[in-house]
Design a protein around this ligand. Structure first.
Ligand SMILES: Cc1cc2nc3c(=O)[nH]c(=O)nc-3n(C[C@H](O)[C@H](O)[C@H](O)COP(=O)(O)OP(=O)(O)OC[C@H]3O[C@@H](n4cnc5c(N)ncnc54)[C@H](O)[C@@H]3O)c2cc1C
Length: 537
């Protein structure tokens, strides 16, 4: 959804794209997506129910490399179809990036830094996935089938903040104030240009009346189509003295920001962040940590998964596939296992360092795929000051500090126990800068930066942990980026004789578990067709 250019004024009739751009500018991403949906241009997940593979050819074995979400989905479905399935996983737990850190866990990143999570018992931090959107039908269906309990995750909280070091003397502003004022001023301005005739060539008289009526509601305008300080605006942005009871109960309206101050602050740039297709409400989290999904899949698979096996070599010929691995339990190297077919879900960032004999088009994609850098820092505080002092229950504060955002827990509201906050979630160059300092210092700096928004942080800080994804030894990145995706995608997802690759990187929903599931289901259906054809069925 990168349609940000304005419609050119020389064209009197807006194209569909221009119309959507206008809707997006006025109503934000959510309104634009709604309009796109009505025009049949936006699509949710294409998942339409459990895969029906049918029966496996008798005595056919499939090796699956990697027990992340893609690998485990493939394993469950192929096993259920009657294949003999063996999964090789490098780590001692399943789930891959679907991972949760809890009290007592240790984690060693590339370069040898070891962190031990010193959280209170029962508290957790999701260093990777943390949200399951309502329109990720496939992963939600696995949650339903495996009875993974979900709870709502608050993505947008009107009472959280938007913050810029260069605006309002570096003081955070409530999301609700910026949102209300931005909508109000846009509606006011658009009403003015409508009444001045600037849209006469685009809109009929009836359209203009409807638009003005809509803008009055949308922007909390008065009967003269103006956005002004007063009761209507305060009911959106908040009162200086909220409506009370008894003596001195009359509400006192707040002052709106003037349009130049608001525009100059740049804070409006954060408003649509949570309104994209994959980030809009309702959105969920598994109760107790994201790895509840991985745990449920791993439990379903039992000893089908063989842990602590590091794949080092992949070969195939007309008879089958031979995979060599290092057994990290026994210390044996060059152990081999064979199968008729193989699903490889090892991220290409790792696979590019493994000895394989994939055909050239696939090998080229594996070699060339960069992975995104990102870092998350989890902070535990002695008390939930964001709730107690600032009435923030879940949701996210956005900032231009290097921490980029602070997300508050959507569970255990009002608890008197310590609480865990996502203290930083940064990408790209920022993530590289962040990870260039030792983990302990990353945490200290996160608290320092965060204290510009929440001054209570240093006093209330208890423990912290950071995961820089480009330094995670078993994925070396957050998600697969593509060079020339449109040109090479089909090469990468195709069956390569007896092997097919799968994972989030081989989907058009990268960096989402849904992408991993959809890729996996597609890969195994083609593997199944190949197996049946070769068996003469
Ligand atoms: C910071 C971050 C935030 C995210 N947020 C969300 C979110 O909110 N919602 C969402 O749905 N998704 C989110 N995602 C994306 C989601 O985590 C991934 O898309 C998904 O988990 C990828 O699954 P996968 O099976 O393709 O790969 P992986 O999970 O990476 O699985 C690959 C497996 O291969 C194993 N492996 C690697 N090397 C070897 C080897 N040599 N031998 C054997 N095994 C090996 C790994 O240990 C791993 O278990 C996020 C990811 C990150 C990093």
């Amino acid at each position: 959804m990168a349609e940000t250019e304005n419609p050119t004024p020389t064209k009197p009739i807006p194209t569909r794209r221009e119309f959507l751009t206008m809707v997006g500018a006025v109503g934000g991403a959510a309104a634009m997506y709604q309009a796109m949906g009505m025009m049949g241009m936006a699509h949710a997940s294409p998942y339409d129910g459990p895969i029906q593979l049918g029966q496996a050819p008798e005595g056919t074995k499939v090796l699956i490399l990697g027990a992340g979400i893609a690998g485990m989905v493939a394993a469950m479905e192929l096993r259920d179809a009657g294949y003999d399935v063996e999964v090789l996983e490098y780590r001692d737990v399943a789930g891959g990036r679907c991972w949760t850190l809890r009290a007592g866990d240790t984690y060693e990143e590339l370069g040898g830094f070891v962190q031990t999570v010193d959280f209170a018992e029962g508290n957790y931090f999701n260093p990777g996935p943390w949200r399951v959107p309502y329109n990720h039908y496939a992963i939600l269906d696995y949650c339903r089938r495996l009875e993974v309990e979900l709870e709502p995750l608050i993505q947008i909280n009107n009472h959280a903040y938007v913050h810029s070091v260069d605006a309002f003397d570096g003081k955070p502003v409530r999301y609700r104030e910026v949102n209300a004022d931005f909508r109000g001023h846009i509606s006011d301005l658009l009403s003015k240009v409508t009444n001045q005739g600037a849209l006469d060539e685009v809109l009929s008289e009836e359209d203009k009346e409807n638009l003005l009526e809509g803008l009055r509601t949308f922007g909390a305008l008065n009967s003269d189509n103006e956005y002004v300080s007063g009761d209507a605006a305060s009911r959106r942005r908040g009162f200086d003295r909220p409506p009370g009871g008894g003596v001195d109960a009359t509400p006192i309206s707040s002052e709106i920001m003037d349009v130049s101050t608001l525009l100059d602050s740049g804070l409006w740039s954060r408003l649509a962040t949570s309104e994209t297709l994959n980030s809009s409400a309702p959105i969920f989290q598994p109760k107790g940590g994201m790895d509840m999904i991985a745990r449920a899949m791993a439990e379903n698979l039992g000893d089908v998964i063989r842990y602590r096996k590091r794949v080092t070599r992949i070969r195939q010929d007309e008879d089958g596939v031979t995979v060599t691995y290092e057994d990290l339990i026994t210390g044996e190297t060059d152990v081999t296992t064979t199968a008729d077919y193989c699903v490889c879900t090892i991220p290409f960032s790792i696979l590019s360092q493994i000895d394989h004999d994939f055909s050239a088009p696939l090998a080229n994609v594996i070699q060339d795929m960069p992975y995104a850098a990102s870092i998350k820092v989890g902070l535990e505080f002695k008390r939930r000051f964001w709730e107690e002092d600032e009435h923030i229950y879940g949701g996210t504060t956005y900032t231009d500090l290097p921490i980029s955002q602070i997300s508050y827990p959507s569970n255990d509201y009002l608890s008197k126990r310590p609480g865990v906050v996502l203290g930083a979630y940064s990408w790209g160059a920022l993530a590289y800068q962040y990870s260039s300092i030792p983990p302990e210092e990353r945490v200290t700096r996160t608290v320092e930066w965060g204290s510009q928004i929440h001054p209570q942080m240093p006093e209330e800080f208890k423990a912290g942990v950071s995961v820089a994804w480009h330094r995670v030894p078993w994925t070396l990145g957050c998600y697969g980026l593509w060079n020339d995706k449109d040109d090479h995608y089909e090469d990468a997802v195709a069956m390569d004789r007896r092997i097919v690759c799968a994972g989030e990187h081989l989907s058009y929903l990268p960096a989402w578990m849904e992408g991993a599931v959809l890729s996996s289901l597609d890969a195994i259906s083609r593997l199944h067709d190949t197996a049946r054809n070769q068996a003469g069925e």
